[in-house]
Design a protein around this ligand. Structure first.
Ligand SMILES: NC(=O)c1ccc[n+]([C@@H]2O[C@H](COP(=O)([O-])OP(=O)(O)OC[C@H]3O[C@@H](n4cnc5c(N)ncnc54)[C@H](O)[C@@H]3O)[C@@H](O)[C@H]2O)c1
Length: 271
């Protein structure tokens, strides 16, 4: 897609990858840039940092509420007549294992998976083959591989990957294009706050950090490049494709390697 002069929604725009995508899209003179998040202070700061002249619309949105997502998408269509790109990027990590409380599993599912389900439903209510919309789902390398230390995150990110693939197959002819963003480590509060925390959250964040962090702006550049190519799978860390291929070829060997990595990292002193 041509990124210039588009009508774009970014969720999770108050921080990290979402804020960096907003900055990157602002370079393309968007017609309207809708920045959505539950964190209104962060949103206001990101909105204020946009280049002069950018049409920015900061909106408080909890992506786990279908009515809110639907209202936002309807409002954008009413105001702009189209919605070219919806970045379903808001996400949460837990640092928890399989024994996490059900409420933690449900909350993670509702943000990391249902947030994109609701976005897809809302876009499909408007999309036609002549007036297409693109949904960019931010999953994670954890959705193609796994995330050591965070069971709800790994499971829900696999769900996000499956959803994106399913939508790309079933709804292309209805006017919905889909892209899937699967970064590995990106230096954002999700990782840095995790590192600063004591306990299991620090283990999961430490694993991500040990694999090497890229800056949010580099992730946003990879997104812009992938979107310009109409690519389905966008991998800011290209090595993730090799890991995914190795995992698919020989899952037993993959799991043995991941066990060794987990043992090594668990034995390391806390960051
Ligand atoms: N940082 C990484 O290493 C990394 C790697 C792979 C994937 N991701 C994914 O990238 C996305 C962005 O994460 P980030 O690293 O920028 O983290 P971040 O914590 O900096 O940003 C996440 C943003 O999402 C918002 N958010 C959380 N729940 C929300 C909800 N219910 N409704 C609306 N907004 C909500 C938060 O307020 C925050 O502004 C997430 O989906 C995350 O899982 C991050």
């Amino acid at each position: 897609m041509d990124l210039a002069e588009n009508v774009i929604v970014v969720t999770g725009a108050a921080s990290g990858i979402g804020a960096a995508m907003a900055q990157r899209f602002a370079d393309e003179a968007p017609e309207l840039l809708v920045l959505a998040d539950v964190n209104t202070d962060g949103l206001a700061a990101v909105a204020a940092s946009m280049p002069h002249g950018t049409q920015v619309w900061p909106v408080r949105l909890d992506v786990s509420g279908e009515a809110q997502v639907r209202t936002l998408v309807d409002d954008v269509f009413e105001r702009a007549g189209r919605l070219d790109l919806y970045c379903s990027n808001a996400g949460v990590a837990t640092g928890a294992g399989v024994d996490a409380d059900d409420s933690v599993w449900e909350r993670t599912w509702s943000v990391n998976v249902m947030g994109s389900v609701y976005a897809a439903r809302a876009l499909l209510a408007h999309a036609t083959p002549e007036r297409r919309s693109r949904l960019l789902v931010t999953a994670s390398a954890a959705g193609l591989l796994t995330n050591l230390g965070d069971a709800p995150y790994s499971v829900t990110k696999h769900g996000a990957v499956a959803l994106a693939e399913w939508l790309a197959i079933h709804h292309h002819d209805d006017g919905l294009d889909v892209s899937l963003l699967c970064p590995q480590g990106v230096r954002t509060p999700m990782v840095t706050d995790g590192l600063a925390a004591a306990g299991p959250g620090a283990v999961a964040a430490g694993v991500v950090e040990s694999l090497g962090l890229i800056e949010p702006a580099a992730c946003a550049d990879a997104v812009a490049e992938g979107l310009a190519d109409d690519r389905f799978l966008i991998l800011p860390h290209p090595e993730v494709a090799d890991y995914a291929a190795a995992r698919a070829r020989d899952p037993q060997r993959w799991i043995a390697g991941m066990r060794r990595l987990l043992a090594r990292l668990s034995a390391a002193p806390n960051p």
